[in-house]
Write a protein of this length. Structure first.
Length: 262
């Protein structure tokens, strides 16, 4: 019996096209709230402040308080100290969030190359990132998402970009959000404020991103549920490429089916 749930948001609770609730999602969260089931929404949101994005979810009808929410912006200062010269890449909204957190961009002598997500990266941006990394800047990703779904198209996610830059420069990289150990350990600590006996081996994680969320969670001992409401059109697009130990325990169409099965 699980002692808590980690639940992804984009592609799991809200769709990637118009950011509206996916079938069964509001009802699933309402049931958890009613039964006082320990859970935490774990999202890779970096385009809005944590408070603004959580407020948006509440406007949609999810009824999420701060105790049930975690995103990478809430942990960034643990990985990159405010005041560190940072060359950041991503959407304008992401750069605005960095400024709000107190970070100042430096595209002359940065100590950190920080990658968020946006729909279109330019080749010259990649060239600039590579140059900074070869000059000694460390490489950090806000998360390690495999695919970025936008306007019914799928683009390389931050994780794919990090791996490309690492391959090009032979430099390692660190990750702030999912599926980093920093993020999951922080999520566990927050969940334990609801259920002190919670541990990774008693947590079930639900997400549409198998490699970007579930594989890392399973490596820590969690059970996983893969939903087909986001990045993947069918399980056959990804599951056959995974090792048996990486495969989810349950595959569902959406949160309505999850609610019927767990």
């Amino acid at each position: 019996m699980y002692r808590g749930l980690f639940i992804d948001v984009q592609g799991t609770l809200i769709d990637d096209r118009d950011r509206q609730p996916i079938r069964g999602a509001i009802e699933f969260i309402a049931r958890l709230n009613q039964k006082k089931t320990p859970y935490l929404l774990i999202t890779n949101n970096t385009k809005q402040s944590s408070e603004t994005f959580r407020a948006y979810l509440n406007e949609l009808g999810f009824e999420i308080d701060e105790a049930h929410y975690l995103d990478p912006l809430m942990l960034l200062t643990k990985q990159v100290v405010v005041g560190t010269p940072v060359a950041a890449y991503g959407s304008d909204a992401f750069l605005e969030q960095l400024a709000a957190l107190g970070y100042k961009l430096d595209f002359e002598t940065p100590k950190v190359v920080l990658i968020g997500i946006k729909q279109h990266f330019e080749s010259d941006e990649y060239a600039q990132m590579i140059e900074y990394i070869l000059q000694g800047a460390s490489l950090v990703g806000m998360h390690e998402t495999t695919l970025y779904a936008k306007d019914e198209k799928r683009y390389p996610g931050v994780g794919a970009i990090l791996k490309m830059l690492s391959f090009a420069t032979s430099a390692p990289y660190e990750v702030v959000g999912k599926p980093s150990q920093l993020f999951y350990e922080s999520a566990l600590e927050k969940l334990q404020m609801q259920e002190k006996e919670a541990s990774f081996d008693k947590i079930t994680i639900i997400s549409d991103d198998v490699k970007g969320d579930l594989v890392g969670a399973k490596a820590l001992g969690m059970q996983s549920v893969f939903v087909l409401s986001g990045k993947y059109k069918s399980a056959s697009e990804i599951i056959p490429m995974l090792k048996p130990s990486q495969r989810p325990e349950l595959i569902c169409a959406d949160m309505k089916e999850v609610g019927e099965k767990i």
